[in-house]
Design a binder for this molecule. Structure first.
Ligand code: FPP
Length: 250
């Protein structure tokens, strides 16, 4: 009898020297995740917040500099009022549960988007979390909240036009670096890796400027199920990409 030698399993390893500086997530699939369990869509969002915590801690441990999550788009106002109201309660729930732990792990909280459109008490919770963590030097956990990328670009253009009109800027000074400095994400590193969960393959008005040279990774996993192992898989896939930034293969 011939025994076949078992092939050693080659589990791809994460290269600690090639960790993306900025990972952005389009957190998709919460509603479907809940529906599969005969639960309301809001339950999916509730469970989705746990994934943010898990991934933020793991990203921080791996040395990722920034992680942006698409928590609410300007287009999401079209959802039923009850769902919108529920999502506006999530910052309070999230920070009540996890702010201390994020503080202990040196995580800094940021928000980009038109936060002023949220109820005042939601804004208060957000500002307090941002303020409390502002001196932390670990991972920047940035929430894109009431965010739309086209709106962000138009706002930057308006601001540049105003500064030009007032004589604070000359035409020659307007270049990519200057434009970047007018974006809400100005001091975050460019996005290296964009992950969208749930099998959808589109950008949905998310960080269009910032994603110019990002590697795109689409996972079939629904957001509440996207765990540390899924994050590792995404980073390993990123590490196997040949990033040329328009140049030739080195
Ligand atoms: C998309 O799934 C998800 C959202 C629109 C909201 C996600 C928000 C969170 C997970 C929490 C935000 C937390 C804070 C602290 C602000 P979907 O509803 O479109 O899923 P579906 O495509 O399956 O319907």
């Amino acid at each position: 009898m011939i025994f076949k030698k078992k092939q050693p399993q080659t589990v791809p390893k994460l290269d600690p020297n090639n960790i993306p500086a900025h990972i952005a997530f389009i957190m998709d699939g919460n509603g479907r995740w809940a529906k599969k369990r005969n639960m309301p869509r809001t339950y999916g969002h509730h469970e989705g917040t746990k994934t943010i915590r898990t991934l933020a801690l793991e990203a921080n441990r791996l040395g990722v500099k920034a992680m942006t999550v698409y928590a609410f788009s300007t287009e999401n106002f079209a959802r039923p009022q009850q769902e919108v109201e529920y999502i506006f309660k999530l910052p309070k729930e999230f920070f009540n549960l996890y702010l201390q732990e994020l503080m202990d792990n040196n995580v800094q909280i940021r928000f980009i988007g038109d936060v002023a459109r949220a109820p005042q008490w939601t804004q208060d919770v957000i500002f307090s979390a941002v303020e409390r963590t502002s001196h932390n030097t670990g991972l920047i956990l940035c929430f894109a909240f009431i965010y739309g990328s086209r709106q962000e670009i138009v706002e930057a253009c308006k601001q540049i036009a105003m500064d030009y009109k007032q004589g604070d800027l000359t035409l020659d000074e307007i270049d990519e670096d200057l434009f970047e400095s007018y974006m809400m994400s100005a001091d975050l590193p460019p996005v290296d890796l964009l992950v969208r969960t749930s099998g959808e393959c589109r950008l949905s008005n998310f960080m269009l400027w910032q994603l110019s040279y990002a590697e795109l990774y689409f996972s079939p996993v629904l957001w509440p199920d996207f765990n540390e192992a899924c994050l590792h898989e995404a980073i390993i896939a990123y590490q196997h990409r040949d990033r040329r930034f328009g140049g030739l293969k080195s």
